[in-house]
Design a protein around this ligand. Structure first.
Ligand code: GDP
Ligand code: CA
Length: 337
C-alpha cells in the first residue's frame, strides 16, 4: 500500500511513528511518503534550519528529544550560549550543538547547488526514517506573521503600525502572544512542488492529514500551487486526524493560528475548514477525539465521514491504533487493501 502524508513537525512526526509501526505490523511492504512543511524554515547564524523536516527525521530516526518533542536527545547548547555572549541575535532560537551538525551539512550542500529535496534525502540516508521524506517545495516560501509592532509604534494616522515578522520569531520569541492579523507565505506564489510531491498524492492508495497544525503546517503545504488541486483530484481517499481535542490544541498554539484565519478552535470547525471533497473540499473523512463526539453527526451530514476515538498519541502502539482507525474510516482495514 502507498500512503502519502502531509506533515508538520511534532504532531506529524509522532503520528508518523505510529503509522509506520502499523504498516510494519499490519501492512508489510507499504511505502509511506511524507510531504513536509518548509514554511517554518529559517536562516539562523548563517545556517539553514528546517524545523519540521528535522522533527520528522529525528523522530522517525530515533534521535528526537522525547521530552521537548523537537531537537536532539542529550542536546547541549554551548554554541548558542557562546553566540549569545557575543550579543549576536537571534538569541531566542534554540540552536543545539548536535542539531547544528545537521544544519551545517544542509547549508553546505545547498550552497553547492543541491536542491533541498536532494539534501533532505541525503540527510535521511543517515537517519533512515523508514519513510520517503520530501519537502513541499525546493523553493523558499517562508511563513511570516503580520502583527501590531511590538514596540507600540504607530503609523501617521495613529493606528498601530503593522509589521511582518518571521513565523519562528512570533512562535518562539513571542510565544504566539501578539494577535496575528494574517499569515503571509512569502515566495509561495512562484514556488512549485518539489519533485515527487504531486505524483505521491496522485498515485497514493490513501492520503492522510495527521494531527498537524491546520494553518501553519498543513495550511502552508496546501498553499504551494498544485498541491491542493492534487488532493482534490486524486483517486485516493483523503482522511485527516484532528489536532484539536475538546476545543483546544493538544500542545502548541494552533488556537492563535486558527483565530487569525477566522476558524473556531474546535475539531468540527477544522473539519469544515478542510471541507468535504464531495463538495469541492479536501477531505473524505475526519477522525476526532471522543471528547468531540458531538461533531460526528454534524460533519457526516455535510459529507465528511467522521468517527470519534481517543486521539492522544500517548505511545507508539496507541498512535498505531489511531492511525488504524483513520484508515478504517476510508475502508482500509487489512493487507488486501
Ligand atoms: P509543529 O510543526 O511542531 O507545530 O507540529 P505539527 O504542526 O505537526 O503538529 C502540531 C499539532 O499537533 C498541534 O495543533 C497539536 O494540537 C497536535 N497534537 C500534538 N499532540 C497530539 C496528540 O497527541 N493528539 C492529537 N489529536 N493532536 C496532537
Ligand atoms: Ca512547524
Amino acid at each position: 500500500m502507498r500512503i502519502t502524508v502531509l506533515a508538520g513537525g511534532i504532531g506529524g512526526a509522532r503520528f508518523l511513528r505510529g503509522l509506520r509501526h502499523l504498516m510494519d505490523t499490519t501492512f508489510p511492504g507499504s511505502e509511506i511518503t511524507v510531504v513536509g512543511n518548509t514554511g517554518d524554515d529559517i536562516w539562523v547564524h548563517g545556517v539553514r534550519v528546517c524545523p519540521d523536516l528535522d522533527s520528522v527525521m529525528y523522530t522517525l530516526g530515533g534521535g528526537i528529544s522525547e521530552e521537548r518533542g523537537w531537537g536532539r536527545e542529550g542536546e547541549t547548547f554551548t554554541v548558542k550560549d557562546e553566540l549569545a555572549a557575543y550579543g549576536v541575535e537571534p538569541t531566542w532560537f534554540g540552536l543545539g550543538d548536535k542539531d547544528l551538525a545537521t544544519h551545517l551539512v544542509r547549508t553546505q550542500a545547498l550552497a553547492s547547488g543541491y536542491p533541498l529535496s536532494d539534501v533532505t534525502a541525503a540527510l535521511c540516508e543517515h537517519w533512515q526514517p523508514g519513510v520517503r521524506l520530501i519537502p513541499m517545495t525546493d523553493d523558499r516560501a517562508e511563513t511570516h506573521v503580520v502583527i501590531d509592532s511590538p514596540d507600540g509604534a504607530t503609523d501617521p494616522s495613529g493606528s498601530p503600525l503593522r509589521v511582518a515578522i518571521h513565523f519562528q520569531e512570533w512562535w518562539i520569541r513571542h510565544h504566539a502572544k501578539p494577535p496575528a492579523h494574517e499569515f503571509v507565505l512569502v515566495g509561495v506564489d512562484s514556488s512549485t512542488p518539489a519533485p515527487g510531491v504531486l505524483q505521491a498524492i496522485a498515485t497514493a492508495d490513501v492520503v492522510v492529514l495527521p494531527p498537524s497544525n491546520p494553518v501553519v503546517s498543513i495550511g502552508t503545504i496546501l498553499q504551494v500551487p498544485g498541491i491542493a488541486d492534487a488532493l482534490r483530484g486524486t483517486t485516493a481517499p483523503v482522511v485527516g486526524v484532528s489536532p484539536i481535542v475538546g476545543g483546544a490544541p493538544v500542545r502548541g498554539m494552533a488556537d492563535a493560528c486558527l483565530a487569525a484565519i477566522g476558524v473556531e478552535t474546535s475539531a468540527e470547525a477544522v473539519g469544515r475548514h478542510y471541507g468535504a471533497r464531495s463538495s469541492g473540499g479536501l477531505i473524505d473523512a475526519w477522525l476526532v477525539d471522543t471528547a468531540d463526539a458531538d461533531a460526528v453527526e454534524r460533519l457526516t451530514a455535510v459529507g465528511i465521514r467522521t468517527a470519534a476515538t481517543p486521539t492522544l498519541m500517548t505511545s507508539v502502539e496507541e498512535t498505531a491504533r489511531i492511525a488504524a482507525e483513520a484508515l478504517r474510516l476510508v475502508g482500509i482495514s487489512d493487507a488486501s487493501a
